[in-house]
Design a protein around this ligand. Structure first.
Ligand SMILES: Nc1ncnc2c1ncn2[C@@H]1O[C@H](COP(=O)(O)OP(=O)(O)OP(=O)(O)O)[C@@H](O)[C@H]1O
Ligand SMILES: O=C(O)[C@H](O)COP(=O)(O)O
Length: 400
């Protein structure tokens, strides 16, 4: 993969850096700045080399037009604090204002442009539309450093198309992430356990078929578990469910059995009467979600204590553990116990542990754990999982 060295002298050149600054926000306040911190190594190096630095990123999933709640403005403020230097924010991604701000840069200056996904071309499935947006981005710099590891699994304008239009290379974060994750793909020590949770269920169910070829045990929590329970014939109330994936999931269960891979599902669930921090809730067996006091309107928001203990026991016996996706809605204390128990178990095992994903990393920090208690905290959730699957990631292929 091409590294920054391949770009030659950076002095006085305008370098676009594609970061993943998709940080969790609550009421406009950044609740975890891990992805901003992780971006600093490359940015500092480029400034020191005399480059003019143009940062681009997405935040959340706006639908191709501006939405105030997804603005990167708070990120620019935090980035400036962490960098110890001004980071100018521009309220558009492409256009006359962005071009003028870039043209006015001096060596060492840093500008952050507004959310890429406020432009329909960024995530378009139409090659021409994506390409046209990438062309506009390309006018803003002389070269691209691709350092948004969390997004290298996406075929999107700033990740793939732009890298083909400009001289491009991987940044230091991408290189560092790959070095660690290769430990998991090359020769993982066994038993090898992957823990899956979170809310991007449709995205992440897909990785399971390939993971079954590689791991010894899969622990399933978070929003994903309900599609598994439903596939086994249980009713799941109003919990997250991918109803069109039931056959696929039944296929995974059968394939796991054929291969001798354990898929461990929760046996108890914390079911709530609504999606709120103070919602009434109770612990019920996983096969009786609707018979609880909330009936068909019950929402499964965490794994129960028996499940958490069972997951912790598997983790304790593992030599390699990769975890993506909180076990429950950890942002609300009442539903954070499963996530806390899994995090605690990772800190206690003697094996090599990796936590991946924006919210997963945010969860372990919010629950009081320290980065040093884990083997590695990866900025990539879906990206890491797809890398572990052995898939060719479009955003990396384009840098080869
Ligand atoms: N049972 C559940 N019902 C609804 N939401 C859930 C449930 N369990 C977990 N979540 C939510 O999942 C979210 C995180 O999921 P997500 O898949 O985005 O993880 P991630 O670590 O950020 O990975 P990535 O980096 O790929 O986005 C959290 O906000 C959490 O509240
Ligand atoms: O949080 C992530 O996994 C990355 O920022 C990618 O976001 P996306 O899943 O919305 O493409």
């Amino acid at each position: 993969m091409r590294t920054i060295e391949s770009l030659g002298s950076l002095s006085d050149r305008t370098i676009i850096v594609r970061c993943d600054l998709n940080v969790p926000l609550a009421d406009g306040v950044i609740t975890d700045d891990g992805r901003i911190r992780a971006s600093l190594t490359t940015i500092r190096e480029l400034r020191d080399a005399g480059a003019k630095v143009v940062l681009i990123s997405h935040l959340g999933r706006p639908k191709g037009e501006p939405e105030a709640q997804f603005s990167l403005r708070p990120v620019a403020t935090r980035m400036a604090e962490l960098l110890g230097a001004p980071v100018q924010f521009v309220g558009e991604t492409v256009g006359s204002e962005a071009s003028a701000a870039v043209a006015a840069l001096s060596p060492g200056d840093v500008v952050l442009l507004e959310n890429l996904r406020f432009n329909a071309g960024e995530t378009s499935k139409d090659d021409a539309e994506r390409g046209a947006f990438a062309q506009q981005l390309a006018t803003l710099g002389d070269a691209l450093v691709s350092d948004g590891f969390g997004v290298v699994h996406r075929r999107q304008a700033s990740v793939t198309d732009l890298a083909e239009l400009l001289p491009s290379a991987a940044g230091r974060l991408v290189a560092a992430e790959l070095e660690v994750l290769r430990r998991l793909t090359d020769t993982p020590e066994r038993p090898y356990t992957v823990v899956l949770g979170g809310s991007k269920v449709s995205d992440k169910l897909g990785v399971i078929s390939h993971l079954l070829e590689r791991v010894d045990t899969l622990l399933i929590g978070g929003g994903m578990l309900f599609t598994f329970l439903a596939a086994q014939g249980h009713r799941v109330g109003a919990s997250l469910l991918e109803a069109d994936q039931l056959d696929t999931v039944r296929g995974y269960l059968a394939e796991a059995e054929r291969r001798g891979v354990r898929i461990v599902l929760p046996t108890d669930i914390v079911v709530a009467g609504g999606f709120a921090a103070d919602a009434p809730h109770e612990i019920v067996p996983a096969d009786a979600i609707e018979s609880a006091r909330f009936g068909a309107s019950g929402l499964g928001l965490d794994i129960g204590p028996d499940s958490a203990a069972a997951f912790a026991a598997v983790i304790a016996d593992s030599q390699t553990v990769f975890w993506n996706g909180p076990m429950g809605v950890f942002e609300m204390e009442a539903f954070a116990h499963g996530t806390r128990a899994v995090a605690q178990a990772l800190t206690e095992t003697s094996g090599f542990t990796v936590v991946g994903g924006g919210d997963s990393a945010a969860a372990v920090r919010a629950l009081g754990f320290d980065d040093t208690q884990f083997g590695h905290i990866s900025t990539g959730g879906g990206a890491s999982l797809e890398f572990l699957e052995g898939k060719a990631l479009p955003g990396l292929e384009v840098l080869a």
